[in-house]
Design a protein around this ligand. Structure first.
Ligand SMILES: Nc1ncnc2c1ncn2[C@@H]1O[C@H](COP(=O)(O)OP(=O)(O)O)[C@@H](O)[C@H]1O
Ligand SMILES: [Mg+2]
Length: 617
């Protein structure tokens, strides 16, 4: 849920910019309590830009100082130039007034440029580091983390970094210098009026803040209800939502609920509009009342102290400058909390230990030198410590041979296969390729050695050619086409108007599930791995296509070690070895004929259609 209800973009730009007159976000406070951030660490991030930041601060002070000259110029105009009708002096003063305005504007532009540049550089560094770091995280990390959260940190939280530098930090510096500078100038003009302002301003500022807070609360509530409404629309009117609603017969209930939420919104919307109006009204009253009080005071001999009209006008102008910076400073706490929480969230991710790290002293095994012999030696694995998924697995897959894994859903087939490319690391025992523990292998070599095709294919939103080349940069068009021929997808691709330049994905050509599967197989064949893992890779294909791919795969698998997981008899029958998994253990091992003769679990599975996994569409 959004917690910056002030702006319509709040959901996507949470972070540094504390909402005006808001209170610290409870989520931010919780974040900071859970993982406090070290200020030194933040300072280190900005350290390379120390010089630029120094210039930024200097510019802020300079522009505030220059800006303060304005009221004094006004006083000079009113008290000296106008009464004396001194045109020369008037021209000079007016030129100076314009000059001051131009100078402050230019300084402001330069300052924004510099602080944005620093903000962007720091953001770039963090973003790239975090991306690289997260890429190293195990598959387990991504399945554990709520969908979208990882992306959100990269995009939103780091995106808000920009705000920390350009807004929180510079606005604190700017507000502070303006407040101090203005206060000094006010005392210099008239200490009596300055004293008076001290009495009038704080209540005015606090009143405005109070009204702003009330508005904030109302808009927050409105935003939450609005989000409820969106969820209900999503649930009630999306295809899958409608399907669910209709089959559950929940339509009348949903309609009533929608009506209630919508009715709630009417009241909230009105209150929120009114609150906004009140806020404006209070500001207007304050902006009129404070100068009025000062004029009044200037009329009494006791408080006027014999000041000139020019001084009075200059003073009123000055105190008008004070209001907004004061309001801003009152929110410093909120802004700082939001910024620190932002850093805390980012650092939390940056500090995640890499579970599947490359060995500090990796063994090199280039693809060319590898035979591809795979061994599982006493392998055990558990996702959660108390529930073993694999236990005591011993399997030997000679180089160039095929091992088929069969068993019921959940028996651990995918998990076992995932240990070879190190998507997970075995909890006990070890997995070796050509006698080398996969954990000792250099990461790039392991990636070259092992190719995986699973049932869930993920294709990039890019052309067919680029999708394949992503798997092996530098491959020629001829190689790409050959891989596609082997995966029985070449004819289809070349029949498309754009051929191999056809873009894959929702905004391009929608390949069917089976076609995507074949593209994924082609992609892996292009890599020419020594060990090929096919986890339900052909399940999305119809029988005829599967048979035709298998015929080719038969050729390509002959030259490499293959671990195949499938639920179709035709797919596993010809494997050199078939391992039957049951509750994480190998309960039978042998060839198709041997296992059939034995009349055990495999024979049962064959009779029941090899495993209970339903054929995907
Ligand atoms: N990421 C995961 N976290 C926790 N448990 C998991 C995870 N993936 C699979 N499991 C569990 O591990 C067991 C084996 O799953 P899996 O290897 O996918 O079986 P199969 O491929 O034979 O259907 C199942 O009980 C499954 O629920
Ligand atoms: Mg599986």
């Amino acid at each position: 849920m959004t917690d910056r209800p002030d702006s319509p973009h709040s959901a996507s730009t949470r972070g540094a910019r504390g909402s005006r007159a808001g209170r610290p976000d409870p989520a931010d406070l919780r974040q900071l309590a859970d993982s406090p951030v070290s200020l030194r660490r933040i300072a280190r991030l900005f350290a390379p830009h120390r010089a630029t930041l120094g210039v930024v601060v200097a510019l802020i002070v300079l522009s505030s100082a220059v800006g303060l000259a304005q009221p004094f110029l006004v006083r000079h105009v009113i008290d000296d130039a106008l009464p004396r009708q001194d045109v020369r002096l008037l021209l000079l003063l007016v030129a100076a007034m314009i000059g001051v305005a131009v100078a402050t504007a230019v300084i402001g532009v330069v300052q924004t440029w510099l602080s944005t540049a620093v903000g962007q550089r720091v953001m770039h560094r963090l973003r790239s580091d975090l991306f690289a770091h997260l890429q190293q995280q195990s598959l387990g990390f991504f399945t554990r983390t709520r969908g979208g959260e990882v992306q959100s940190r990269l995009v939103n939280d780091i995106g808000s970094m920009q705000g920390v530098v350009t807004q929180t930090a510079t606005s604190i510096a700017a507000n502070l210098t303006v407040v101090v500078g203005t206060a000094v100038a006010m005392v210099a003009l008239s200490w009596r009026l300055a004293l008076l302002s001290l009495v009038v301003l704080p209540p005015a500022v606090l009143l405005t803040r109070q009204v702003a807070r009330m508005r904030h609360a109302v808009t927050g509530e409105r935003q939450r209800r609005l989000a409820d409404l969106h969820v209900q629309i999503e649930e009630g009117l999306s295809v899958s939502g409608v399907l669910l609603t209709k089959t559950l017969g929940a339509s009348p209930r949903l309609t009533t609920r929608f009506e209630e939420t919508s009715a709630d919104l009417v009241g909230l919307e009105i209150r929120s509009r009114l609150a906004g109006r009140w806020r404006m009204a209070t500001m207007n009253i304050v902006f009129a009342a404070v100068p009025a009080a000062i004029y009044l005071a200037a009329g009494f001999p006791a408080t006027s102290g014999g000041m000139t009209i020019g001084t009075l006008v200059a003073f009123v102008a000055l105190q008008g400058n004070l209001f907004r910076p004061l309001m801003g400073l009152l929110n410093v706490g909120v802004d700082i909390t939001a910024s620190l929480a932002l850093f805390s969230r980012i650092f939390e991710y940056a500090d995640l230990p890499v579970e599947i790290a490359e060995s500090p002293d990796p063994v090199r095994l280039p693809r060319r030198a590898a035979a591809g012999e795979v061994r599982f030696e006493g392998v055990g694995f558990a996702y959660d410590a108390d529930r073993p998924v694999l236990d005591g697995i011993d399997l030997h897959v000679p180089a160039g041979s095929t091992l088929a894994l069969v068993g019921e859903t959940g028996s651990g087939k995918s998990t076992l296969a995932s240990l070879v490319p190190r998507l997970h690391d075995a909890t006990s025992g070890r997995v070796t390729i050509d006698g080398v523990d996969v954990r000792d292998l250099a990461g790039t070599d392991l990636a070259d050695l092992v190719g995986v095709v699973t049932q869930d294919t993920y294709l990039l939103h890019a052309s067919v050619r680029d999708n394949l080349r992503h798997a092996r940069p530098g491959s020629t068009d001829a190689e790409i086409e050959q891989a596609c021929r082997d995966a029985r997808i070449h004819d289809l691709v070349s029949s498309l108007p754009d051929g191999y330049d056809t873009v894959v994905g929702s905004r391009g050509h929608r390949f069917s599930g089976g076609e995507q599967q074949r593209l994924a197989i082609a992609r892996t064949l292009l890599r020419d791995p020594a060990v090929l893992i096919l986890d339900e890779a052909t399940s999305a294909l119809d029988n005829a296509t599967e048979r035709s791919i298998l015929a080719t795969l038969d050729e390509v698998t002959r030259s490499r070690t293959t671990i195949i997981i499938a639920h179709r008899l035709s797919t596993v029958r010809d494997a050199d070895q078939i391992a039957v998994l049951h509750r994480g253990r190998v309960v039978e091992l042998g060839t198709h004929e041997e296992l059939l003769l034995r009349g055990g679990r495999y024979a049962d599975l064959v009779r029941g259609g090899l495993g209970s996994e339903p054929a995907a569409a």
